[in-house]
Design a protein around this ligand. Structure first.
Ligand code: GTP
Ligand code: MG
Length: 305
């Protein structure tokens, strides 16, 4: 019997919660490497992204998801649908909240109502993670734990700091209590099923979110138009279009004298080179596609629906 046939604790675990709670940061922390993009802005993640954590006795297949929020636009509705859909196909759920986010009382009550609606949809055993405790006064933690434990029968409530990978060992121990014995569903040397092409597009999108303020990143998508690996040259050539909804947004992405686009390109190229362990030639251009985020066909092309 080789290692792949020996039963281990294994299964699928969804990471869900409101935008900006730190879901992608947690996924990367558990993987010990960066697969999902992370930015300080909410609604960064738009797809379900798989990350496989392997150890001698277990294989945890994580699914990072878009943030749960009130959505009224086609792209946003799709993001929430993707996140909720993941709940029905997993063995366990990590429900993540930013414990440091504090709102005025009335808004907090509204938010708690919204959260309890999402929590009511949890079918698999769930662990509540109160994230970003590095930003929180310790005495505020206990009331939070008690309040959320009343909303849903969580298997455990864990304070964590995903950013500092603080609390990951305890979290893994709790996950393993839930997962059944079974096979390894994925090869144990590949951390994700996402293609390098998809991950390259995500890296470019991350740099747009990091370089540009306000609304433009939400109106931006990245399409990889060609992706050529030239093994003999040890080099990858990538042509990608940054798609925006309006001409004014195109100007903002390009920036004065092309400066912003250049910064996006340089930062993205460095990260793609790290991922590919090869030299990368990255050619970016900006294209206007009016109201693409309302266009179901185009959303499909981007991997939604
Ligand atoms: N201080 C602190 N910051 C954190 C922690 N975890 C995540 N962050 C920060 O919170 C921000 C959002 O993190 P993400 O991992 O992108 O959050 P997300 O839940 O995936 O967000 P969406 O994809 O937009 O739903 C980033 O600036 C992270 O660096 C934490 O434990 N402590
Ligand atoms: Mg995310």
């Amino acid at each position: 019997m080789n290692q792949t046939d020996t039963p281990v604790r294994s299964g699928m675990v969804a990471i869900v919660g409101p935008p900006n709670a730190g879901k992608s940061t947690l996924m990367n922390a558990l993987l010990g490497q960066k697969i999902s993009i992370v930015t300080p802005k909410p609604q960064t993640t738009r797809n379900r992204i798989l990350g496989v954590v392997n150890d001698e006795g277990y294989q945890i297949v994580l699914i990072d998801t878009p943030g749960l929020h009130k959505a009224d636009q086609p792209l946003n509705r799709e993001m929430v649908r993707i996140a909720l859909e993941s709940l029905s196909e997993v063995d366990a759920v990590l429900f993540l909240l930013d414990a440091s986010a504090s709102l005025p009382e009335k808004l907090q009550a509204e938010k708690d109502r919204e959260l309890s609606e999402y929590m009511a949809r949890l079918q698999a055993p769930a662990i509540l993670i109160l994230n970003k405790v590095d930003l929180l006064d310790k005495e505020k933690l206990l009331p939070l734990i008690e309040m959320y434990a009343r909303i849903h029968p969580f298997q455990a409530v864990l304070p964590m700091s995903a950013l500092h990978a603080d609390g990951t060992e305890r979290l893994i121990a709790e996950i393993l209590q839930i997962l059944p014995l079974g096979p390894r569903y994925y090869p144990d040397d590949i951390p994700t099923d996402a293609t390098e092409r998809f991950l390259a597009a995500e890296i470019i999108r991350e740099k747009i979110f990091l370089q540009i303020g306000q609304e433009v990143p939400y109106s931006s998508a990245v399409l990889i138009e060609s992706f050529k690996e030239e093994t003999e040259k040890g080099m990858v050539t990538i042509h990608a279009a940054i798609v925006v909804e309006r001409t004014s947004q195109k100007g903002i992405i390009i920036g004065k004298g092309g400066g912003t686009l250049k910064r996006i390109g340089t930062a993205a190229r460095r990260d793609i080179e790290k991922m590919m362990e090869q030299k990368v030639l990255l050619k970016l251009w900006v294209k206007v596609k009016k109201n693409w985020s309302q266009d179901e066909r185009f959303l499909k092309e981007l991997g939604y629906f």
